[in-house]
Design a protein around this ligand. Sequence first.
Ligand code: FEO
Length: 395
Amino acid sequence: MKPFSIASDIHWVGALHPDLRIFDIIMKTKNGSTYNSYLIKADKTLLIDTVKSKFTDLFLQNISQLVDFKKLDYIVVQHTEPDHSGSLIALLDKAPDAEILCSKSAVKFVKNTINRDAKITPVGDGSTIELGGKTVEFLQTPFLHWPDTMMTYCREDRLLFPCDVFANHFCDSRMFDDAIARDFAPDFELYFNIIFRPFKKNVQNALAKLKNFDIQMIAPSHGPIIRSSVDAVMTAYDQWSRPLPDNATPKCLVYYVSAHGNTAIMAKVISEALKQEKIDVELYDLTQISIDEQLDKIEACDAILVGSPTINNDAVKPVWELLTSLTTLNLKGKIAASFGSIGWSGESVKFIDERLKALKFKVPFEGVTCNLVPDDEELQNCRQLAHQVAETIKA
Ligand code: FEO
């Protein structure tokens, strides 16, 4: 798509990627995406971000329609992820004298990306560049979602360029939210949950900083430019990133898979024992549920117990699907434990415990096993595990 003006002397020069179906390996993008780059053309000329390397030719063509590359003064790298830095080398080939402006922590990443000499200047929080009729200010917003992330604000136009924050994956050549008849709230929320959920505290820090800015329009790195819902999206980010309140009643989630009913017996005995300890318990057979629908609950619970039989010397696939789906959650300090019926080897509980620890759960108790069908002693071990978990949560 050709460049278009988003404000006086400010132009979109990015690329559309309508047929993108997976972003960053993990995120489904059924509506495609865009890589937004913006050119501010005042007395001096400043470009904010580049685009994915697949679109380099188109991107350079867009810029060339507006400015002679030799007159490009600044290239702002808001963070170095390749979907926005992928055309940086090709751009420097055309504009070798342009000065790269980035956060202090991005300097090394930029060097590692371009692997050549270039003029790279770190910009501090609140520092400004005068372009002649346009004043650009930089805000340091680390870990949103890379350590080097910063935002850019154009004072005269009250225009915020927030990098990936307030972005979503939606491709429509109309490019302004109010020009597209769509409620973007679910798109924003999906994007937040996948990209920013692990960084809630950093989101809160950035929102506190943004309170000092009068923002009329938001030009993110992906998806539509926000004109009609500036307050709504900022309010939503505030709600999604607030710390969760403590549970009035301690809450425990018990997940299991059972091949022949024995791990299921253990799961039910553990759940009943937890209930007797006045713990609010939910019990789920992992083969019957959608893990995506469990993520909010897991982030809000006090403890989880995970049960798996050992088959072929391993925990079973639905259990691994659960345990590999939790990386975006803040789990630090929650209690976790494992259990499972075993035949002759019994690795499942050990592997589950290792993974739970890697996810930052506290795993204070050894996993409980039974040999094939649980006998009275093994069921008592299940009740004892429930008792220990309950006592730990209450403490
Ligand atoms: Fe859209 Fe973090 O790159």
